[in-house]
Design a protein around this ligand. Structure first.
Ligand code: NAD
Length: 260
Protein backbone atom coordinates (compact mmCIF):
# COMPACT_ATOMS: atom_id res chain seq x y z
CA UNK A 1 0.00 0.00 0.00
CA UNK A 2 2.85 2.45 0.74
CA UNK A 3 5.43 1.23 -1.80
CA UNK A 4 7.37 4.13 -3.28
CA UNK A 5 6.53 6.38 -0.34
CA UNK A 6 9.00 7.69 2.27
CA UNK A 7 8.19 8.24 5.93
CA UNK A 8 9.94 10.12 8.72
CA UNK A 9 8.94 9.06 12.23
CA UNK A 10 10.40 11.22 15.00
CA UNK A 11 11.35 9.49 18.25
CA UNK A 12 11.27 6.06 16.61
CA UNK A 13 14.17 4.32 18.33
CA UNK A 14 11.77 3.19 21.06
CA UNK A 15 8.15 2.71 22.08
CA UNK A 16 5.24 4.00 20.02
CA UNK A 17 7.40 5.58 17.30
CA UNK A 18 9.15 2.28 16.65
CA UNK A 19 5.79 0.46 16.53
CA UNK A 20 4.49 2.94 13.97
CA UNK A 21 7.70 2.81 11.92
CA UNK A 22 7.46 -1.01 11.76
CA UNK A 23 3.88 -0.91 10.47
CA UNK A 24 4.72 1.70 7.82
CA UNK A 25 7.71 -0.38 6.69
CA UNK A 26 5.48 -3.47 6.57
CA UNK A 27 3.36 -1.57 4.01
CA UNK A 28 6.46 -0.85 1.92
CA UNK A 29 7.41 2.69 2.98
CA UNK A 30 11.07 3.67 3.10
CA UNK A 31 11.92 4.94 6.58
CA UNK A 32 13.92 7.65 8.24
CA UNK A 33 14.14 6.82 11.92
CA UNK A 34 14.98 9.44 14.54
CA UNK A 35 15.70 9.38 18.24
CA UNK A 36 18.40 8.79 20.79
CA UNK A 37 20.09 5.54 21.69
CA UNK A 38 23.19 3.41 21.44
CA UNK A 39 24.58 3.77 17.87
CA UNK A 40 25.19 0.03 17.49
CA UNK A 41 21.66 -0.78 18.62
CA UNK A 42 20.24 1.81 16.21
CA UNK A 43 22.31 0.47 13.30
CA UNK A 44 21.05 -3.05 14.10
CA UNK A 45 17.48 -1.75 14.20
CA UNK A 46 17.84 -0.15 10.75
CA UNK A 47 19.34 -3.35 9.35
CA UNK A 48 16.65 -5.56 10.88
CA UNK A 49 13.77 -3.43 9.57
CA UNK A 50 15.34 -3.22 6.15
CA UNK A 51 15.89 -7.01 5.97
CA UNK A 52 12.44 -7.88 7.29
CA UNK A 53 10.44 -5.58 5.04
CA UNK A 54 12.71 -4.99 2.01
CA UNK A 55 12.63 -1.20 2.39
CA UNK A 56 15.35 1.42 2.77
CA UNK A 57 15.90 2.44 6.38
CA UNK A 58 18.19 5.12 7.75
CA UNK A 59 18.49 7.04 11.02
CA UNK A 60 18.91 10.75 11.67
CA UNK A 61 19.93 11.78 15.17
CA UNK A 62 18.37 15.27 15.14
CA UNK A 63 17.59 16.61 18.60
CA UNK A 64 13.91 17.52 18.46
CA UNK A 65 14.46 20.43 20.81
CA UNK A 66 16.59 22.14 18.12
CA UNK A 67 14.63 23.74 15.23
CA UNK A 68 17.61 23.91 12.88
CA UNK A 69 18.33 20.18 13.39
CA UNK A 70 14.69 19.35 12.59
CA UNK A 71 14.86 21.38 9.36
CA UNK A 72 18.12 19.66 8.41
CA UNK A 73 16.59 16.21 9.11
CA UNK A 74 13.63 16.88 6.80
CA UNK A 75 16.03 18.10 4.09
CA UNK A 76 18.25 15.03 4.60
CA UNK A 77 15.23 12.70 4.27
CA UNK A 78 14.15 14.36 1.03
CA UNK A 79 17.71 14.22 -0.29
CA UNK A 80 18.13 10.53 0.57
CA UNK A 81 14.75 9.19 -0.58
CA UNK A 82 13.89 11.90 -3.10
CA UNK A 83 10.66 12.57 -1.18
CA UNK A 84 8.97 12.80 2.21
CA UNK A 85 5.35 11.71 2.03
CA UNK A 86 4.51 10.73 5.59
CA UNK A 87 5.61 12.71 8.65
CA UNK A 88 4.82 11.20 12.04
CA UNK A 89 5.51 13.73 14.78
CA UNK A 90 5.92 11.35 17.70
CA UNK A 91 8.97 12.27 19.82
CA UNK A 92 7.95 13.25 23.31
CA UNK A 93 9.05 13.44 26.93
CA UNK A 94 7.27 13.67 30.26
CA UNK A 95 7.98 15.43 33.53
CA UNK A 96 5.76 15.09 36.57
CA UNK A 97 5.51 17.85 39.21
CA UNK A 98 2.88 20.25 40.59
CA UNK A 99 2.59 23.57 38.71
CA UNK A 100 4.11 25.65 41.51
CA UNK A 101 7.08 23.30 41.80
CA UNK A 102 7.51 22.60 38.07
CA UNK A 103 11.16 23.20 37.06
CA UNK A 104 11.19 25.97 34.43
CA UNK A 105 13.89 24.17 32.45
CA UNK A 106 11.66 21.01 32.27
CA UNK A 107 8.67 23.12 31.18
CA UNK A 108 10.75 24.59 28.34
CA UNK A 109 12.05 21.14 27.31
CA UNK A 110 8.58 19.53 27.25
CA UNK A 111 7.10 22.42 25.24
CA UNK A 112 10.06 22.35 22.81
CA UNK A 113 10.02 18.59 22.15
CA UNK A 114 6.30 17.80 22.48
CA UNK A 115 4.84 20.93 20.83
CA UNK A 116 7.31 23.22 19.03
CA UNK A 117 8.99 20.27 17.27
CA UNK A 118 5.62 19.41 15.67
CA UNK A 119 5.46 22.93 14.26
CA UNK A 120 9.05 22.83 13.01
CA UNK A 121 8.67 19.40 11.39
CA UNK A 122 5.39 20.33 9.79
CA UNK A 123 6.59 23.64 8.36
CA UNK A 124 9.70 21.97 6.95
CA UNK A 125 7.82 19.01 5.39
CA UNK A 126 4.82 20.82 3.90
CA UNK A 127 6.47 22.57 0.92
CA UNK A 128 7.69 19.26 -0.56
CA UNK A 129 4.33 17.59 0.08
CA UNK A 130 2.59 20.48 -1.70
CA UNK A 131 4.95 20.23 -4.67
CA UNK A 132 4.34 16.47 -4.97
CA UNK A 133 0.60 16.87 -4.30
CA UNK A 134 0.27 14.23 -1.57
CA UNK A 135 1.08 13.98 2.10
CA UNK A 136 0.13 12.62 5.48
CA UNK A 137 1.02 14.36 8.74
CA UNK A 138 0.22 12.31 11.83
CA UNK A 139 0.73 13.93 15.20
CA UNK A 140 1.00 11.67 18.23
CA UNK A 141 -0.85 13.69 20.85
CA UNK A 142 -2.36 11.90 23.86
CA UNK A 143 -5.53 11.64 25.88
CA UNK A 144 -3.77 14.51 27.63
CA UNK A 145 -4.50 16.58 24.53
CA UNK A 146 -8.19 16.25 25.43
CA UNK A 147 -8.34 15.96 29.23
CA UNK A 148 -5.94 16.73 32.07
CA UNK A 149 -4.29 14.92 34.96
CA UNK A 150 -2.59 16.40 37.99
CA UNK A 151 1.15 17.10 37.95
CA UNK A 152 1.44 17.14 34.14
CA UNK A 153 1.16 20.87 33.41
CA UNK A 154 3.72 21.05 30.62
CA UNK A 155 2.68 17.77 28.99
CA UNK A 156 -1.05 18.57 29.05
CA UNK A 157 -0.44 22.11 27.74
CA UNK A 158 1.81 20.80 24.96
CA UNK A 159 -0.60 18.02 23.91
CA UNK A 160 -3.62 20.36 23.86
CA UNK A 161 -1.44 22.60 21.71
CA UNK A 162 -0.65 19.72 19.34
CA UNK A 163 -4.36 19.11 18.78
CA UNK A 164 -4.88 22.81 18.02
CA UNK A 165 -1.94 22.83 15.61
CA UNK A 166 -3.31 19.66 13.96
CA UNK A 167 -6.60 21.44 13.24
CA UNK A 168 -4.91 24.52 11.77
CA UNK A 169 -2.64 22.37 9.56
CA UNK A 170 -5.67 20.35 8.42
CA UNK A 171 -7.61 23.50 7.50
CA UNK A 172 -4.71 25.03 5.60
CA UNK A 173 -4.35 21.82 3.52
CA UNK A 174 -8.06 21.01 3.31
CA UNK A 175 -8.35 21.39 -0.48
CA UNK A 176 -5.32 19.18 -1.16
CA UNK A 177 -4.35 15.52 -0.91
CA UNK A 178 -2.40 16.38 2.23
CA UNK A 179 -4.09 15.50 5.51
CA UNK A 180 -3.18 16.15 9.11
CA UNK A 181 -4.66 14.26 12.04
CA UNK A 182 -3.78 13.50 15.65
CA UNK A 183 -3.76 10.18 17.47
CA UNK A 184 -4.55 10.28 21.20
CA UNK A 185 -3.32 7.15 22.97
CA UNK A 186 -4.13 6.22 26.53
CA UNK A 187 -1.55 4.27 28.56
CA UNK A 188 0.94 2.37 26.39
CA UNK A 189 3.64 0.33 28.12
CA UNK A 190 6.80 2.07 26.87
CA UNK A 191 9.94 3.33 28.67
CA UNK A 192 8.16 6.68 29.15
CA UNK A 193 5.38 5.02 31.15
CA UNK A 194 7.62 2.44 32.82
CA UNK A 195 9.32 5.33 34.62
CA UNK A 196 5.95 6.44 36.02
CA UNK A 197 5.12 2.87 37.07
CA UNK A 198 8.48 2.52 38.82
CA UNK A 199 7.90 5.83 40.63
CA UNK A 200 4.44 4.67 41.76
CA UNK A 201 5.84 1.33 42.97
CA UNK A 202 8.52 3.17 44.90
CA UNK A 203 6.20 5.74 46.50
CA UNK A 204 3.50 3.24 47.50
CA UNK A 205 5.73 0.28 48.32
CA UNK A 206 4.12 -1.86 45.59
CA UNK A 207 5.62 -4.42 43.24
CA UNK A 208 6.08 -3.22 39.66
CA UNK A 209 3.16 -5.47 38.53
CA UNK A 210 0.86 -4.07 41.23
CA UNK A 211 1.87 -0.52 40.34
CA UNK A 212 1.12 -1.19 36.65
CA UNK A 213 -2.36 -2.48 37.54
CA UNK A 214 -2.99 0.51 39.81
CA UNK A 215 -1.88 2.95 37.11
CA UNK A 216 -4.31 1.38 34.62
CA UNK A 217 -7.25 1.08 36.99
CA UNK A 218 -7.10 4.77 37.89
CA UNK A 219 -7.74 6.00 34.31
CA UNK A 220 -8.11 3.25 31.71
CA UNK A 221 -11.36 1.24 31.89
CA UNK A 222 -10.02 -1.59 29.70
CA UNK A 223 -7.38 -2.21 32.41
CA UNK A 224 -5.04 -3.23 29.60
CA UNK A 225 -2.34 -1.25 27.84
CA UNK A 226 -2.79 0.03 24.28
CA UNK A 227 0.05 -1.38 22.14
CA UNK A 228 2.48 0.30 19.72
CA UNK A 229 1.30 -2.21 17.07
CA UNK A 230 -2.32 -1.09 17.44
CA UNK A 231 -1.28 2.55 17.11
CA UNK A 232 0.85 1.62 14.09
CA UNK A 233 -2.17 0.07 12.35
CA UNK A 234 -4.15 3.27 12.98
CA UNK A 235 -1.32 5.30 11.44
CA UNK A 236 -1.36 2.98 8.39
CA UNK A 237 -5.11 3.59 8.06
CA UNK A 238 -4.54 7.36 8.19
CA UNK A 239 -2.08 6.94 5.30
CA UNK A 240 -4.65 5.11 3.17
CA UNK A 241 -6.84 6.66 0.49
CA UNK A 242 -9.87 5.65 2.58
CA UNK A 243 -8.74 8.25 5.11
CA UNK A 244 -8.18 10.91 2.45
CA UNK A 245 -10.92 13.14 3.79
CA UNK A 246 -10.23 12.72 7.47
CA UNK A 247 -8.89 16.13 8.38
CA UNK A 248 -8.04 17.68 11.72
CA UNK A 249 -9.37 14.75 13.75
CA UNK A 250 -8.15 13.79 17.21
CA UNK A 251 -8.59 10.00 17.22
CA UNK A 252 -8.55 8.31 20.60
CA UNK A 253 -7.18 4.81 21.20
CA UNK A 254 -7.34 4.87 24.95
CA UNK A 255 -9.10 1.81 26.39
CA UNK A 256 -12.08 4.04 27.19
CA UNK A 257 -10.15 6.68 29.18
CA UNK A 258 -11.97 9.68 27.65
CA UNK A 259 -15.37 7.96 27.48
CA UNK A 260 -15.80 8.41 31.22
P1 NAD B 1 9.54 6.58 24.60
O1 NAD B 1 10.24 7.24 25.72
O2 NAD B 1 9.46 5.08 24.54
O3 NAD B 1 10.12 7.05 23.21
C1 NAD B 1 10.39 8.40 22.96
C2 NAD B 1 11.24 8.51 21.72
O4 NAD B 1 11.54 9.90 21.51
C3 NAD B 1 12.58 7.79 21.83
O5 NAD B 1 12.91 7.28 20.55
C4 NAD B 1 13.53 8.92 22.23
O6 NAD B 1 14.88 8.67 21.86
C5 NAD B 1 12.94 10.05 21.44
N1 NAD B 1 13.29 11.37 21.94
C6 NAD B 1 13.12 11.88 23.18
N2 NAD B 1 13.62 13.13 23.24
C7 NAD B 1 14.11 13.40 22.02
C8 NAD B 1 14.77 14.52 21.43
N3 NAD B 1 15.02 15.64 22.14
N4 NAD B 1 15.14 14.43 20.15
C9 NAD B 1 14.92 13.32 19.43
N5 NAD B 1 14.30 12.24 19.91
C10 NAD B 1 13.91 12.28 21.18
O7 NAD B 1 8.07 7.23 24.62
P2 NAD B 1 6.68 6.74 24.02
O8 NAD B 1 5.83 6.37 25.18
O9 NAD B 1 6.84 5.82 22.89
O10 NAD B 1 6.11 8.15 23.52
C11 NAD B 1 6.03 8.51 22.15
C12 NAD B 1 4.98 9.59 21.99
O11 NAD B 1 3.72 9.07 22.39
C13 NAD B 1 5.23 10.82 22.86
O12 NAD B 1 4.88 11.98 22.13
C14 NAD B 1 4.28 10.61 24.02
O13 NAD B 1 3.90 11.83 24.61
C15 NAD B 1 3.12 9.94 23.31
N6 NAD B 1 2.22 9.20 24.19
C16 NAD B 1 2.69 8.15 24.94
C17 NAD B 1 1.80 7.46 25.75
C18 NAD B 1 2.20 6.29 26.59
O14 NAD B 1 1.40 5.82 27.40
N7 NAD B 1 3.40 5.77 26.44
C19 NAD B 1 0.45 7.85 25.80
C20 NAD B 1 0.03 8.91 25.03
C21 NAD B 1 0.93 9.58 24.23
Amino acid sequence: QLHGKAALVTGSTSGIGLGIARKLAAQGADLMLNGFGDPTHIADLCGALSDEFGVRVDHNGADMSKPEQIEAMVAATEAEFGRLDILVNNAGIQHVAPVDAFPVERWDAVIAINLSAVFHGTRAALPGMKTRGWGRIINIASVHGLVASVNKAAYVAAKHGVIGLTKVTALETAESNITCNAICPGWVLTPLVQKQIDALAESKGLSVEEAGRELLSEKQPSKSFVTPDQLGELAVFLCSEAAGNMRGAALTMDGGWTAQ
